[in-house]
Write a protein that binds this ligand. Structure first.
Ligand code: SF4
Ligand code: F3S
Length: 111
């Protein structure tokens, strides 16, 4: 099992999650983060910290597609360990449906 980041992180990217992870297993894309499933120790600390409620355990049904994205992008995006500046319009995107189309595969800056 692992925790994963799902669709509602896209364009919200609040990054409160990275501050609390004891094993620094978040990886940064241009407009979302993912968790490295092999590094996550399933502590669950990050889940309630996300204002977008985008973090879920992969045991929750219906998130198979997002597990795959966490696996794939954590291999190619840089590690992030400190909270950066969220997008200026992050709050406006929180909860909007259909955000997958905006997922940017480009890597973020990392930290
Ligand atoms: Fe990090 Fe724990 Fe969240 Fe896994 S569940 S990403 S180890 S804070
Ligand atoms: Fe994304 Fe939530 Fe972290 S919006 S960056 S998973 S705090």
């Amino acid at each position: 099992m692992t925790y994963i980041v799902t669709e509602n992180c896209i364009r919200c990217k609040f990054m409160d999650c990275v501050e609390v992870c004891p094993v620094d297993c978040f990886y940064e894309g241009e407009n979302m983060l993912v968790i490295h499933p092999d590094e996550c120790i399933d502590c669950g600390v990050c889940e309630p910290e996300c204002p977008a409620e985008a973090i879920v355990p992969d045991t929750e049904p219906g998130h198979e597609k997002w597990l795959t994205k966490n696996v794939d992008f954590s291999k190619i995006w840089p590690n992030i360990t400190r909270k950066g500046e969220p997008p200026a319009d992050a709050d406006e995107w929180n909860g909007k449906p259909g955000k997958e189309q905006y997922l940017n595969a480009n890597p973020g800056c990392g930290s």
